[in-house]
Design a protein around this ligand. Structure first.
Ligand code: NAD
Length: 250
């Protein structure tokens, strides 16, 4: 069991990649807390994990709200006793050109994808410190590393912010044994990418941009999260783990 004795909090854990992280970490012995806006889906994931013999809880969380974060982390520590890992996974997408992007849309995406990660880190650090150290895993994107005509200014900027916020956190807290790394998925089969996959022209353009010629599966990202969350990555901090089928290698 690679996560035995650890408690992990996962934002956006009700579906998609967050669900995959939750199920995998729980299967490796972690007690997992899922925070999400989608209460029905989140509670179903918790029920499934518990049916399989794992320990899990759901908490309603809007990642843009600092008070939600404080309540969510407090509830996790109340239930499980400590916090060792946080996976900042919740996010939304966005597509379009700079000149077509409204200020409201820019603010919405940056609030969820960048401020949401900042608040997750900020709230978790005192608890990770109390536990004697821990691991923060932030889900960025390959879109946070290179520009793309198939994304948007708000999405790419938010994911680039996560990449550097990760490194800032890593160097500020390294001496306390708190590690912080980012994961950069390429296109993955989740609800987020459903609309793009439904358009044959866009789907074809996306596939053409992936050297491996396919979308990834959520478990292929969860495996990277598991590694960074576990003690196997004990000397890894400030790194960016790219899991993108070769997108950024070209
Ligand atoms: P998804 O839409 O399937 O799931 C996202 C989850 O985040 C949902 O459960 C949603 O309810 C939750 N969420 C959204 N806004 C929230 C908020 N304000 N507060 C709390 N929860 C909120 O998407 P996914 O594909 O699973 O994406 C997960 C993460 O991975 C995102 O950060 C996304 O940007 C990133 N990512 C995804 C892909 C991909 O191709 N799917 C690629 C690179 C990066």
């Amino acid at each position: 069991m690679r996560m035995a004795g650890k408690t992990a909090f996962i934002s956006g854990g009700a579906r998609g990649l967050g669900e995959a992280h939750a199920r995998l970490l729980a299967s490796e012995g972690a007690k997992v807390a899922l925070g999400d806006l989608l209460e029905g889906e989140g509670r179903q994931v918790v029920a499934d994990i518990q049916e399989g013999g794992g320990d899990a809880m759901f908490v309603r969380l809007d990642v843009t709200s600092e008070s939600d974060w404080q309540q969510a982390i407090a509830a996790t520590v109340d239930r499980f006793g400590s916090l060792n890992v946080i996976v900042n996974n919740a996010g939304v997408s966005g597509y379009g050109l700079v000149e077509d992007t409204s200020v409201e849309e820019w603010d919405r995406v940056l609030d969820i994808n960048a401020k949401g990660v900042f608040l997750g880190i900020k709230t978790a650090i005192p608890e990770l410190r109390k536990a004697g150290g821990g691991s923060i895993v932030n889900i960025s994107s390959q879109m946070g590393i290179v520009g793309s005509p198939m994304s948007s200014p708000q999405y790419q900027s938010s994911k680039a912010a996560v990449r550097l916020l990760t490194k800032t956190t890593a160097v500020q807290y390294a001496k306390e044994g708190i590690r912080c790394n980012s994961v950069h998925p390429g296109p993955i089969f989740t609800k987020m990418t459903e609309p793009r996959r439904a358009d044959p022209e866009v789907y074809g353009q996306m596939l053409a941009a992936i050297p491996m010629g396919r979308y990834g599966q959520p478990i292929e990202i969860a495996n990277a999260v598991l590694y960074l969350a576990s003690d196997e990555a004990s000397f890894v901090t400030g790194s960016e783990l790219v899991v993108d089928g070769g997108w950024t290698a070209q």
